[in-house]
Design a protein around this ligand. Structure first.
Ligand SMILES: Cc1cc2nc3c(=O)[nH]c(=O)nc-3n(C[C@H](O)[C@H](O)[C@H](O)COP(=O)(O)O)c2cc1C
Length: 184
C-alpha cells in the first residue's frame, strides 16, 4: 500500500461538528459518488443509489426526526435536536437494493458499505469530513416517502452528513496483533 493511501485511511475520522454555513460544492460530492460506485459488488449488482438532499428535503427530515424525538423525550429535546440538525451543511442518503434472497441482500449491503467507505475516503482526501448515521429516522416509512422511494425492496444504508470539519476527533484502534490469528 502506498503511504498516501495508508495515511488517508488512518487519518479519516467521523466528523460530528462541521463549520457552519460552508457547503462543499456539488461537483465535489458528485466526484466522491463517482468513486464510491467503483466499490466491489458481487454479481455486479451495483445495488446503490445516492440522494443529494436540498434544503426542502433536509427540512422535512429535520422535522420528522424532531417529531420522533418529541414522542420519546418531549418538546425541549425535540427543539434542541431540530436546531442542531438544521446547522448540518451537507446531506446525502445512500440506499441499497435488497433482493429477497437473504445471502444476496447481505452481499448488496456489504457492497454499499464498501461504496460508503470509498465516498468517505475520497471526501477526506479533499478536506471534506463525513458522518455516517443510522438513527431511527432512516427506518421510518415517512423517510422513504421524503426520498420518493416506493419499493419495499430498498433499504436505507445511512444518512451521510458532510462538510468542513470544525473539530477532528481522536480515536484509537486495537493493536493489529489482537485481531489477527495466523494458522499454520
Ligand atoms: C454502519 C455505521 C453506522 C453508524 N452510525 C452512527 C450514528 O448513528 N451516530 C454516530 O455518532 N456515529 C455513527 N457511526 C460512526 C461511528 O460511530 C464511527 O465510525 C466510530 O465511532 C469510529 O470512529 P471513526 O469513524 O472516526 O474511526 C456509524 C458508523 C457505521 C459504520
Amino acid at each position: 500500500m502506498q503511504s498516501s493511501i495508508a495515511d488517508l485511511i488512518r487519518s479519516r475520522r467521523t466528523i460530528h461538528q462541521f463549520r457552519l454555513n460552508k457547503l462543499p460544492a456539488r461537483e465535489q460530492i458528485m466526484a466522491a459518488i463517482e468513486l464510491a460506485i467503483w466499490a466491489p459488488n458481487h454479481y455486479a449488482t451495483q445495488p446503490w443509489y445516492f440522494y443529494i438532499l436540498g434544503d426542502e428535503a433536509k427540512e422535512k427530515i429535520c422535522q420528522l426526526n424532531a417529531e420522533l424525538i418529541r414522542q420519546k423525550r418531549g418538546d425541549q429535546a425535540a427543539q434542541m435536536k431540530l436546531d442542531r440538525w438544521r446547522e448540518i451543511p451537507g446531506w446525502l442518503v445512500l440506499t441499497c437494493d435488497v433482493p429477497e434472497q437473504e445471502i444476496r441482500a447481505r452481499e448488496n449491503y456489504a457492497a454499499c458499505c464498501c461504496a460508503a467507505q470509498n465516498f468517505m475516503l475520497y471526501c477526506w482526501s479533499i478536506g471534506i469530513g463525513v458522518k455516517w448515521t443510522t438513527g431511527d429516522v432512516i427506518r421510518d416509512k415517512r423517510f422513504h416517502k421524503i426520498l420518493g422511494i416506493k419499493s419495499s425492496q430498498v433499504k436505507v444504508v445511512g444518512l451521510f452528513w458532510y462538510g468542513y470539519p470544525e473539530v477532528i476527533p481522536q480515536t484509537t484502534r486495537k493493536p493489529v496483533d489482537e485481531v489477527v490469528t495466523e494458522l499454520p
